[in-house]
Design a protein around this ligand. Structure first.
Ligand code: ATP
Ligand code: MG
Length: 416
């Protein structure tokens, strides 16, 4: 993308009510726009990061055999009554509204119940199972506090996957595969070293649920990590009995702040029984469908990464999710502008995502913006070095400059 004529703009003044580092940086760098507390819009660069995160998640969910779908944001009250979760005293974060005729509707905060009712229509017999589906969907939650920027939104993007199984064993197998897939997702996104599978309080059915917690001082959770075993225990279930049950040793656990980037639940047959969702088993018996659900906070991840990867100059995106790989700056005469134009075209044709800063502003401003936006490589096309066909290349994470010709540059930045 060319910066001239683009809505993307770095800004100097951030909303005075914004406290979180992730939101301050993302707003300043032109990635998000604040609508109100806990509600943000994604500008082109922010959207690219979101899409890059989604793509990694999508690939790993597809590898599990799950199919992508998209469910509605408006939900019927009846869907939620059998499990009692329509009640505001049970679920205290509902946003609700009414149709013109007075019928109550809710804004989606989760999709377990709607999905179960869908299964009731679409799944009849054991031959239809197992099935897993997932979506990327905006969830609405009337959170009491929303002071953590995009890490806690009142509207936010979640990946939610749901698996329907015929038995507890079948559920457990999928659950174990999904755990591995989650670890792979966080590894690929660039936070594998800081993200721990964490034992947390369970749902309706099991003693524990599994959270995926990324260590960060701005996280709202406290967990106890075992760095060697790469496991953790959430404070909410942390006690001597649990520690020994999990085969952990108290003096090897380290207390840290962390943000929950994912959470997976084993509902067993509880929801199927509550909601009357049955299938015809091979032996002709009617059996409840077994449900497990798997969330990842897509927009929270973007915030966690912004919190974790930054320096005094701005954001520092991990390569796999950076909005673009290269930031081109032309300095000097017409000739260097032409050379920059050409480089922009070549990289774009080669499938490398690029920002071309063709604005009529001082070079210093361009350098500062490239850093603030956190783009992995800055390429300067100036009169002198480009005469011998070389560009000045700097990695965002380094201070030294390298001079490279086009071939070397392509070798560096081109996707495999
Ligand atoms: P939390 O304990 O942080 O409120 P939760 O346990 O209610 O989250 P889940 O219902 O398990 O969240 O949702 C799945 C994932 O969605 C969470 O692991 C988290 O990453 C993300 N998420 C939940 N609430 C928010 C929110 N308000 N803003 C952004 N992401 C969220
Ligand atoms: Mg949770």
């Amino acid at each position: 993308m060319r910066l001239s004529g683009n809505i993307t703009k770095t800004i100097k003044t951030i909303p005075s009510d914004e406290q979180a580092t992730n939101a301050k940086l993302l707003i300043r760098a032109g990635f998000i726009h604040k609508e109100m507390a806990g509600v943000y819009s994604y500008l082109p660069l922010g959207l690219k990061v979101i899409e890059n995160i989604k793509q990694i998640v999508r690939e790993e969910m597809n590898a599990l055999g799950a199919s992508e779908l998209l469910m509605s944001s408006l939900q019927a009250k009846d869907t939620w009554t059998s499990t009692k979760r329509w009640d505001d005293s049970v679920v205290d974060i509902w946003f609700k509204s009414q149709l013109k005729n007075g019928t109550e509707v809710g804004f989606a905060w989760s999709h377990e119940e709607p999905l179960m009712l869908m299964a009731q229509k679409l799944v009849q017999s054991y031959r239809d199972l197992p099935i897993s589906v997932y979506q990327f969907q905006n969830k609405f939650r009337n959170e009491i506090r929303s002071k953590s920027g995009v890490m806690r939104g009142r509207e936010f993007i979640m990946k939610d996957m749901y698996a329907f199984s015929r038995s507890q064993e079948e559920l457990d197998r999928f659950y174990a595969e999904a755990q591995k897939a989650y670890l792979k997702v966080f590894e690929r996104i660039g936070i594998g070293d800081y993200t721990f599978m964490t034992f947390a309080s369970g749902g309706a059915f099991t003693q524990f649920s599994h959270e995926f917690q990324t260590v960060t001082d701005t996280g709202e959770d406290t967990i106890y990590i075992d760095r060697k075993k790469r496991l953790a225990v959430n404070e909410e279930v942390f006690n001597d009995e649990v520690i020994s049950q999990l085969g952990l040793a108290k003096d090897e656990l380290e207390k840290v702040k962390a943000a929950e980037v994912g959470n997976i639940f084993n509902f067993g047959s509880v929801k199927g029984e509550q909601m009357g969702v049955y299938y015809a088993a091979e032996d002709g018996e009617r059996r409840p469908i077994f449900l497990s659900s798997y969330g990842i906070g897509i927009s929270r991840l973007m915030g966690v990464i912004a919190e974790h990867f930054n320096d005094e100059h701005g954001l520092v995106w991990p390569l796999p999710i950076a909005p673009v790989k290269v930031y081109i700056i032309a300095i000097g005469s017409r000739a260097s502008l032409n050379a920059a134009d050409e480089l922009y075209n070549v990289l774009t044709e080669q499938g490398v995502a690029v920002i071309y800063d063709d604005r009529d502003v001082r070079p210093g401003e361009k350098f500062a913006d490239a850093d603030l936006m956190g783009i992995p490589w800055r390429v300067v096309v100036s009169d002198k070095p480009h005469k011998d066909g070389r560009y000045e290349v700097k990695a965002r994470t380094e201070t030294t400059l390298k001079h490279m010709n086009k071939k070397e540059l392509l070798g560096l930045v081109k996707p495999e």
